[in-house]
Every structure is written in C-alpha cells, then in structure tokens.
Ligand binder design. Sequence first.
Ligand SMILES: NC(=O)c1ccc[n+]([C@@H]2O[C@H](COP(=O)([O-])OP(=O)(O)OC[C@H]3O[C@@H](n4cnc5c(N)ncnc54)[C@H](OP(=O)(O)O)[C@@H]3O)[C@@H](O)[C@H]2O)c1
Length: 362
Amino acid sequence: MGNKLQVGILGATGMVGQRFISLLENHPWFEVKVVAASPRSAGKTYEEAVGGRWKMDTPMPEAVKNLIVRNVNEVEAVSKDVDFVFSAVDMSKDEIRAIEEAYAKTETPVVSNNSAHRWTPDVPMVVPELNPEHLEVIADQKKRLGTTRGFIVVKPNCSIQSYTPALHALRKFEPTQVVATTYQAISGAGKTFKDWPEMIDNVIPYIGGEEEKSEQEPLRIWGHVENGQIVKATAPQITCQCLRVPVSNGHTAAVFVNFKKKPTKEEILQCWADFKGLPQELELPSAPKQFIKYFEEDNRPQAALDRNYEKGMGVCIGRLREDTLFDYKFVGLSHNTLRGAAGGAVLIAELLTAQKYITAKN
Ligand SMILES: NC(=O)c1ccc[n+]([C@@H]2O[C@H](COP(=O)([O-])OP(=O)(O)OC[C@H]3O[C@@H](n4cnc5c(N)ncnc54)[C@H](OP(=O)(O)O)[C@@H]3O)[C@@H](O)[C@H]2O)c1
C-alpha cells in the first residue's frame, strides 16, 4: 500500500482507545491522524488528556502525545480529516447509535467496538476468520443511510472469542448444546487493579448484560444474509455464566458441548489445527498465522502465560476430553482487549481495506 489511510479514534483516551493507539503505532496501512474523546478532554494534548490514565505496558507513542484531542460530537470536523474511524466511546446506547450513524453519513466508515449496533439488521458483526461473508450487507446498509462510502461494521463482545472460534471450527459436526462459563479479566471493564482494588483476592459472579451477549452473539456470527439483513442461526442452544476474576487481561471459558454427529477427539484436534480463515489467506498484517492453538499440557492455557499468543490475536485451547453428561469439554482463552476489542477491530479494518470497502477519501 502506498500512502497510509488516515484514521480517527473516537474514545481515544479510554482503555480500548489506548489499545488502538498502541496497535496502530507503526501499522503498515493505517496512521492515527485524529484522536477524539469527551468534551472534558477536547482541546488538551493527548498526553495531558490521558494524564495518569495510560494503561498500556508500552510507552505512549511519541506521534500522538501532542495531537490535540477533538470533541467526538464535532462529527463534520473530525470526519473531514480522516478516511475512517474506530469507535470505542463510552456513551449511552442511543447516543452511540446516533453518533456512529452520523459519522457514516459523512461518508466515513466506522469500525466499532461498541455493542449499540450489534443487532441492527444491516450492520455486520464480524470476526474476520468466521463470518467475512456478512460484509455483503454493507451495500444494503449504505442504501438505507443514503451513503456511497460511509457504513458501520461492529465486532462482537470480548467474551465470545474465548469459545466461539473453537466451536466454529467444529461446525460440520453440528454442535447442538453448549454450556460456557467465562472467567473474565478486569480490563474488560476498562479497569486495572490500581483502580479496582476490590477485585484483588475476589470473584464477582455478575457482569451486567454479559450472559445475554455471550449466549446470543455467537448465533448472529453463525447467521446468514437474507434480503440485505443478517438472520441469526437457531442452533446450537447456548447457556452461559460470566464471572469477573482477578486477572488483568485474558478471558478464559470452560465449555461443555454436545454434537449431532459426535466427532472423535482426533477429528476435533485436526479441525482446530487446520482451521484457517480469510485473514490468513490474505495475509492481513494483524492476522495470526495459526488462529487456534491446542495445548497438550493439562495446566494450559493459562491467562498469564498464553494470552499474548500470536500477539494476543490467536485463541488458545486445552483440556479437551470426553464428559459424563456432554460429549466433550474443553477450556479456551483469548486476549480480551486485543483479539476481543481493539485488535479484532483493526483486523476488521484490514479486511475492509483489502476488499476495498475502505479507501482513501482523496
Ligand atoms: N475494555 C474492554 O475490554 C472492552 C471490550 C469491548 C468493548 N468495550 C466497549 O468499548 C467502549 C470503551 O470502553 P473502555 O473500556 O475503553 O472505556 P473507558 O476507558 O471508560 O473510555 C471511554 C472513552 O469514551 C469517552 N467518553 C466518555 N463519555 C463520553 C461522552 N459523554 N462523550 C464523548 N466521549 C465520551 C472517554 O473520553 P474522556 O477520557 O474524555 O472521558 C474515553 O475516551 C465501551 O462502550 C465498552 O463497553 C470495551
């Protein structure tokens, strides 16, 4: 690619926004041109606005320190300087729906981390390895919005990446019932132990709205396109419990599954080892080479050891065994702010760029 595409980050000062900033430092295709946040931060330099809130392990990139933070609500002003935006603002669902549509209507594609549009029928919710074909509804969405290049694409909730890719690779055996318990890191709530000390030595058995998302969103990923809309799949039945655990990064899932056509253990392991998606075929810059890794060791995957597998973009699986009530059980792990948030969104933007949905405005 010649000139890099100019990118805006909405919610750039937040935890997911900071991840975008870190991931896009030295990105081969994208360059951060605009950082935007609430009116509280607008007018300050990025460094001043973030202040002591920088939560990444790597230092703040020099290139963004002196960018003046814009007000997210000044849609026209932000849009005119960028080719597309990533959205990670924390506002009410109605406000997010409205502002993301406003950006799309200025002919600025929006790749969103927010849940607001996940069930809008003509907005694709995509894990690039699993359902890239859902991008075809963008044509219908553009008709509704009256745009030629502006549209919205969303990524799913961070929890589902810890079990959905593993199940996706086994779809030919027709999973019928899934029970998943997720053990979710505190960064999923935008927190560190410093600002959430109550989480030390603790487990909280409730994450608002998370169980519904964890049960329903895989069905939308496995849905199909019909008359310009995504129609969700009806199987498998999924039930989830979502727990907050004292882990900084990395969501773990303990999964039980029944199949219509029960595979052998060897068949399951082969499907995971062989699984590839479009990002691997297209060799997108953020695509993991091996998306699903299976660990033979009984005590893996572990959040602390394995969350950064393939730079946090791969999914780690272990402990596959037959069960007494279900056909099989296994454990999955995925990095919630990399694959599960900013990294997943960057991979979507790379796919959209490779497929010419996102192009330079001028
Ligand atoms: N953390 C995760 O792992 C994760 C994963 C998937 C999705 N998400 C979603 O991504 C979004 C951001 O999450 P986060 O953890 O990064 O949140 P966060 O750390 O609280 O950051 C929120 C961002 O939104 C901005 N903001 C807050 N109120 C605003 C307003 N009224 N108008 C305009 N901007 C406003 C903040 O700007 P100021 O700094 O100026 O206040 C900040 O840039 C949330 O909707 C969250 O549900 C998070």
